[in-house]
Design a protein around this ligand. Structure first.
Ligand code: NDP
Length: 419
């Protein structure tokens, strides 16, 4: 029975919190804290009478370590679930360390200000040393490993769907299906349609930074970087159909390359429609994806933040999104001396998610695993110490909870592969 502090109250948080409240046996008390407290109060009111979890709310600026520490010291949670933005990962980790509580998040650190010279120096060295140039990487959070170990604490990094479930699928495949895994292709397909010419399914700023970055994959012990959207494949996704997908850099590749012994190649593909790509290219060409502030009529504005203000709030897409997502991993390798290929995937229906929780499937497929990772840390089933990703624990209890809490998975032992 635990007391959990959730920071953030956006699209993903709304699902994670409602799922925590369906799991009152673990989540006895829960505080929802965010920058805009009215959103937390609205969600608390929506949950009234539907759960035996005791829900309270608070206001917090998670960019400010002292504010987060003060909130943790007054609420005294066992675990903090960070479902705010990746910009707040390090401040919340600092506060958790200072107060002696476990930490959980869904996305690895990236700075809000990519022009910060201190950060840029380290970033440029990392680009040269490792060979990929995305703004996000694990080095910042892995640097906390010894501190969390010394404090006897767990920092569970990246328990969304991808990263998160895709890494659990990898640990599960290794435990139950393979002696050696040689290749992993992670395929993220959103076959949903929200009817807008252009919108993103999660935080627009974070999403557009991710998909406009050069693509990269891991092969034979090193990164290979390619121009954004330059590797395209078509795949016939079960229950969705044929879609074009593009190779992206993605954070779980970094952790899987470290944790799956002998893996030779790891790639990540995401589906995009032509309209999305055309809009994105146009916005990029005119400078609207820039994170560098400009002066406009005496006001400093950051173009990508201004764009975020114009785009639909991802949390509002629920009622109008129809179709399904299909996210999973294709593994090849060896079992008992023979070559083997399997695919483990989940299919999620946007309208079913909306009926259950009022959210679209992208928030749903991220929020459910956020709850599961938090529950496993809170009840001590996942109890390794340090900064760890989901592939570093026993996958079985997580896989059972995926089915129990709305994300059942399928193992296909004869899947189509990606060339
Ligand atoms: P939203 O933009 O919908 O929500 C973010 C929330 O964080 C808002 O409630 C926002 O408050 C709050 N917030 C932002 N800054 C602060 C701050 N300084 N202090 C306190 N609260 C703050 O984002 P999403 O819900 O779409 O995404 C949440 C996280 O999930 C992101 O880190 C994203 O990268 C990750 N994600 C992970 C995926 C995965 O599969 N692993 C997939 C999709 C998303 P306000 O209401 O005031 O703006």
């Amino acid at each position: 029975m635990s007391r959990v502090l959730v920071i953030g109250c956006g699209g993903v948080a709304q699902v994670a919190i409602q799922k925590c409240c369906q799991n009152s046996a673990v989540f006895k008390e829960l505080c929802i804290a965010s920058r805009t407290k009215s959103k937390c109060d609205d969600l608390k009111n929506k949950l009234e009478g539907k759960t035996s979890t005791i829900v309270t709310t608070a206001q917090v600026d998670a960019d400010n370590v002292e504010e987060v520490k003060a909130l943790i010291n007054s609420y005294k949670p066992d675990v903090v679930l960070n479902v705010a933005l990746p910009y707040q990962d390090l401040t919340i980790m600092d506060a958790c360390l200072a107060c002696g509580v476990h930490y959980v998040d869904t996305a690895n650190y990236e700075p809000e200000d990519t022009d910060d010279p201190e950060w840029r120096k380290i970033y440029e060295k990392r680009c040269k040393d490792l060979g990929f140039s995305a703004y996000f990487d694990y080095s910042w959070q892995w640097a906390y490993d010894q501190k969390f170990k010394d404090a006897g604490l767990t920092a569970l990094l990246g328990t969304g769907f991808d990263p998160g479930v895709t890494s659990v699928f990898s640990a599960y495949a290794l435990k139950h299906y393979f002696d050696e895994i040689h290749t992993i292709d992670i395929l993220d397909c959103n076959g949903g349609d929200h009817g807008y010419p252009f919108a993103t399914n999660f935080n627009p700023e974070v999403n557009l930074r991710e998909v406009s970055a050069p693509g990269s994959y891991w092969e034979d012990g090193h990164w290979i970087e390619v121009p954004a959207m330059s590797i395209k494949r078509e795949y016939d996704f079960p229950q969705v159909g044929k879609k074009d997908m593009y190779l992206l850099h993605h954070e779980e590749i970094e952790a899987l390359a470290k944790n799956i012994p002998g893996v030779k190649r790891i790639r990540f593909f995401m589906t995009f429609g032509q309209s999305y790509l055309t809009h994105m290219k146009c916005l990029e060409n005119v400078g609207m994806l820039s994170t560098t502030p400009i002066n406009f009529n005496g006001h400093e504005i950051v173009p990508i933040q201004f764009l975020k203000a114009l785009l639909p709030d991802p949390a509002s897409l629920g009622p109008r999104t129809v179709g399904k997502t299909n996210i999973g991993c294709i593994f090849t390798g060896i079992k008992d001396g023979k070559e083997k290929t399997i695919c483990i995937y989940n299919v999620c229906d946007h309208q079913e998610c909306y009926k259950e929780l009022g959210s679209q499937a992208i928030s749903y497929t991220t929020g459910v695993p956020a709850m599961i990772g938090t529950a496993l840390v809170a009840n001590g089933i996942w109890n390794k110490r340090g900064t760890l990703t989901t592939d570093e624990f026993d996958p079985d209890p997580y896989m059972e909870m995926l089915t129990e809490f709305g994300l059942p998975w399928i193992v296909d032992e004869n899947p189509a592969t990606v060339e």
